[in-house]
Design a protein around this ligand. Structure first.
Ligand code: ADP
Length: 399
């Protein structure tokens, strides 16, 4: 079975075509500047086919999907002979609100529920919907479409974890609550962790640290999300590349009054100019911060220290929330690549008998246990693979 995985943004569209026999990626690519001018980079991963990397006109997402299908089926760049070889399409959808606790086949009713979640993710959900509509338009009704939600995995959180201490009508009427994000990634690494540890997931207490441009931590008890650090929006929890993470909400009023910012200007500062970029004044990229800190830049060092400290505090609080922890998982750009970050975070847990193995910790790009054999808590690095989860869920639902 061949499955196309789509991640549509407002002006971009990423895709991967999977052959589920052996779970191989046959081709992947990225459409950019949709609605502006247009560029497509298409990379076939089978021998004898060429990479396509050119500016092409992409006025809408439908033209982008048509261009992707054209490349996937072309003799020079393609990996399938016709569109009918593609059995189904799996879409990443950011917000499923309280409607979806698992992936679903997209029907008219499902589309209505996804649309009803637009106010909860105004930057993402409308773009995801545009991607789904573009696929329907270009590929027709016969090819099933599946939605896989970033929020769904966290729908198992108990009320004490998802409720904010504000008047209850804001939850009852307006659905203001913690939703959490990166659910597909947390779910994938938790499943892999159980396989690596050779134990049923139902027995395990896991803490998954997804640390990339956006970062979140998830407490996973018995395979279910019981708490996570992102909230109603992806702005909170850890300080991130450019997002502030947890912040005293009184600061917003103080700064808006003092500088006359509009709410949009204020939110732009908190989303785009804060986090480790804001604290360091240098970069949102942890590689730049590592280099600057190594050359003695104190602001870069403070940004890194603050990040490590906040990650450690959340891990500590989740160990308490679950009354134990068997393994801590590191994933995504920083979690998979930065041995310095992992080592600095784990320093905080030596008191729990948590010991890192420096040699294992220096490896990159593979699933690996980085704790010593006598460590009381296992430490795992697991490269995430959200696209594979989307492809698997799609296969499961359509077969
Ligand atoms: P996204 O959230 O956009 O999917 P990624 O998971 O790709 O992000 O993570 C991107 C981040 O990973 C970058 O900000 C970069 O700081 C970090 N990163 C990538 N490689 C390294 C590395 N070798 N050392 C430290 N950080 C790294």
């Amino acid at each position: 079975m061949k499955i196309l995985v789509i991640n549509a943004g407002s002006s971009s569209l990423k895709y991967q075509l999977f052959d589920m026999e052996g779970e191989k990626v046959l081709a992947k690519g990225l459409c950019e500047r949709i609605g502006i001018d247009g560029h497509l980079k298409h990379t076939p991963l089978v021998e004898g086919k060429n990479v396509f990397n050119e500016d092409i006109s992409l006025p809408t997402h439908a033209e982008a999907i048509a261009a992707v299908i054209d490349k996937l089926t072309s003799p020079e760049y393609g990996v399938v002979s016709s569109m009918s070889e593609i059995h189904a399409v799996g879409h990443r959808v950011v917000h499923g609100g309280e409607f979806f606790s698992a992936s679903v086949i997209i029907t008219d009713e499902v589309m209505k529920a996804i649309e009803a979640c637009n106010p909860l993710a105004p930057l993402h959900n409308p773009a995801n919907i545009t991607g789904i509509n573009a696929c329907k338009k270009v590929m027709g009704d016969k090819i099933p479409q599946v939605a896989v939600f970033d929020t769904a995995f966290h729908q198992t959180m108990p009320g004490k974890a998802f409720t904010y201490a504000i008047p209850k009508e804001f939850y009852e009427k307006d659905k203001i609550r913690r939703y959490g994000f990166h659910g597909t990634s947390h779910r994938y690494v938790a499943t892999r962790a159980a396989a690596m540890l050779g134990r049923p997931i139902e027995e395990l207490k896991l803490i998954s640290c997804h640390m990339g441009n956006g970062s979140s931590i998830c407490a996973i008890d018995g395979g279910k999300s019981v708490d996570t650090s992102m909230g109603f929006t992806p702005l909170v929890g850890l300080p991130m590349g450019t997002r502030c993470g947890d912040l005293d909400s009184g600061i917003i009023q103080y700064l808006m009054n003092k500088y006359g910012y509009t709410i949009d200007e204020m939110m732009n500062i908190l989303n785009k100019k804060s986090g480790v970029l804001g604290v360091s004044g240098i970069s949102s990229d942890f590689r730049d911060l590592d280099n600057a800190a190594a050359q003695g830049n104190k602001d870069a060092q403070l940004a890194l220290d603050l990040f490590h400290y906040d990650v450690a505090k959340v891990i500590g609080s989740y160990a308490v929330a679950m009354n134990g922890v068997d393994a801590i998982i590191f994933t995504a750009g920083i979690g998979e690549n930065s041995k310095e970050t992992r080592a600095a975070i784990c320093e905080y847990f030596t008191f729990f008998g948590c010991k890192i193995n420096p040699e294992a910790n220096s490896k990159r790009g593979e699933e690996i246990e980085i704790s010593t054999s006598d460590s009381r808590i296992k430490l795992l690095v697991i490269p995430t693979n959200e696209e594979l989860v989307i492809a698997r869920d799609t296969q499961e639902l359509v077969k």
